[in-house]
Ligand binder design. Structure first.
Ligand code: 13P
Length: 340
């Protein structure tokens, strides 16, 4: 097995998943605004410190995706974050795209940027301790969206990123995210997701990427958040699995889901329902941002005296998602008292 495949497999080890803590400055500001905390460099450091130093987090967390600022920051005791994570057996990763920008001549669609100078940046990140990377493309659902133009330009960019990552010895997490905003049906989400995935695997293959040394970060197939009738947990599991069985090669070691605006409990329940229907050709795991962090953020409120409560809230979500890896989560577990 290649080193890349070994890293990809370690990231989807039994009972574990990834924490996405790679919010850009503008995204973390939004999260902090929601709890009335100013987004200063020190507050961002303190918040990430809280997550990364959570005792026992490594029982359920295999890797953490960092942001450019965060990979250069250190814990309170001076240990650089990548070193701190590695010492707990958690693999450090890095978001390397520079964001989704308007796609030229395509009203309301985006293309993800960040390829210029990427080879040198990957080399630097590897030196800072990163062993995997993330690049996120986004697609909207509407009558005329996603367009073939948007699907293929993003697939091409994702594959260029993935090839550069493998050359640099980093596992590329390939993230084509079909956004679930709007009032679309689950059938529309299924069609759009299948289309985006199919193009991604054509481009990855054509650009000589070894699927075995990659992970897919996928959206689940949901009815739109504004749809009059929302699909049930079982319908989501069934529709999502059907799309991955059609479009994701069995050589891919794992699919790690984004939560994409689902509630934390929904994200756990959906992952659980899919794993209950296993075994599958790939590991099905999580790479949640909001769905792992929301309760911790709320408990923290920027106050040092709340750090312990925030860590407990984060640990609890990580544990429930760890259980969802084997289909052994039950919504009743949510009633379990949080230790004081
Ligand atoms: P969410 O789980 O909050 O969607 O974030 C995951 C992520 O990393 C998106 O790129």
């Amino acid at each position: 097995m290649s080193d890349l495949e070994a890293t990809a497999r370690a990231l989807v080890a039994a009972g574990k998943g990834i924490l996405a803590a790679d919010e850009s400055d503008s995204t973390i500001k939004k999260r902090f605004d929601s709890i009335g905390v100013e987004s200063t460099e020190e507050n961002r450091r303190a918040y990430r410190d809280l997550l990364f130093t959570t005792e026992g987090g490594e029982e359920f967390i295999s890797g953490v995706i960092l942001y450019d600022e965060t990979i250069r920051q250190s814990a309170l005791d001076g240990t650089p974050f990548p070193k701190l994570l590695a010492s707990k057996g958690i693999i450090p990763g890095i978001k390397v795209d520079t964001g989704a920008k308007p796609l030229a001549l395509a009203d309301g669609e985006t293309i993800t940027e960040g390829l210029d100078g990427l080879r040198a940046r990957l080399e630097e990140y590897r030196g800072l301790g990163a062993r995997f990377a993330k690049w996120r493309a986004t697609y909207s659902i509407a009558a005329d969206k996603p367009s073939e133009y948007c699907v293929w330009t993003n697939a091409h960019a994702l594959a260029r990123y993935a090839a550069l990552c493998q050359e640099a010895g980093l596992v590329p997490i390939v993230e084509p995210e079909v956004l679930m905003d709007g009032d679309h049906t689950i059938e529309q989400a299924s069609k759009a997701t299948g289309r985006a995935l199919q193009a991604v695997y054509v481009e990855l293959h054509d650009q000589r990427v070894d699927y075995r040394g990659t992970l897919l970060k996928a959206n689940m197939v949901l009815s739109g958040y504004g749809a009059p009738k929302r699909a049930s947990v079982e319908e989501v599991a069934e529709a999502s699995l059907e799309v991955y069985y059609r479009h994701v090669p069995a050589a891919v070691p794992g699919i790690v889901f984004l939560s994409g605006g689902q509630s934390d409990e929904d994200a756990t329940a959906h992952l659980n329902a899919m794993n209950k229907r296993g075994p599958h050709p790939w590991e099905l795991s999580f790479s949640y941002g909001r769905a792992l962090q929301a309760p911790a953020l709320k408990a923290w409120h920027g106050k040092p005296e709340n750090v312990k409560a925030a860590q407990q809230a984060y640990y609890r979500r990580a544990k429930f998602n760890g259980a969802a890896r084997t289909g052994s989560y039950a919504p009743e577990m949510e009633k379990e008292a949080v230790p004081a």
